[in-house]
Design a protein around this ligand. Structure first.
Ligand code: ZN
Length: 150
């Protein structure tokens, strides 16, 4: 993908997912959840995960934040539903790598590759990664925990 195409796609996808966030609701029967805060921007999200054995049966989020934080969370829930913990961990690592400019496995990312567009706005990288860190922490804990970006 050329960088101009990626930029256009980034704008479109972020706008679409911010306007109509997917899986944007509380989850009563979640067995993992965590609060994520990005004080630099004011993003505050809760990520809910329902794990059955080692499969993410359902994942959702709630909260408020800037367009990129909401869109990234929305894309994340779409990408992770139905994945195993190991697959989710792999995707999480690739998202991280693409935003920090490391080599990454584009096949594992699929649609999430648009998130790499945030690299052009370094101040927003923490907004884009907030939901991912929060999900990662939620999966590791079976009680509510708080994540704050630094
Ligand atoms: Zn933000």
């Amino acid at each position: 993908m050329s960088s101009a195409d990626l930029r256009d796609l980034y704008q479109q996808v972020i706008m679409d997912h911010n306007k109509k966030p997917r899986n944007f609701h509380e989850m009563d029967d979640a067995n993992h959840f965590a609060h994520g805060n990005n004080p630099l921007c004011g993003d505050a999200l809760v990520v809910y995960v329902k794990l059955t054995d080692d499969v993410i049966e359902d994942v959702s989020f709630q909260g408020s934040g800037c367009a990129i934080s909401v869109a990234s969370a929305s894309l994340m829930t779409e990408a992770l539903k139905g994945k195993t913990i190991a697959e989710a961990e792999h995707i999480y690592q690739q998202v991280h790598k693409q935003m920090t400019g490391d080599e990454f496995d584009a096949t594992a990312l699929g649609k999430l590759e648009v998130l790499s567009g945030v690299k052009e706005f370094p101040a927003r990288v923490k907004c884009a990664t907030l939901s991912w860190h929060t999900m990662h922490t939620a999966m590791d804990n079976d009680h509510d925990v708080s994540v704050t970006t630094e």
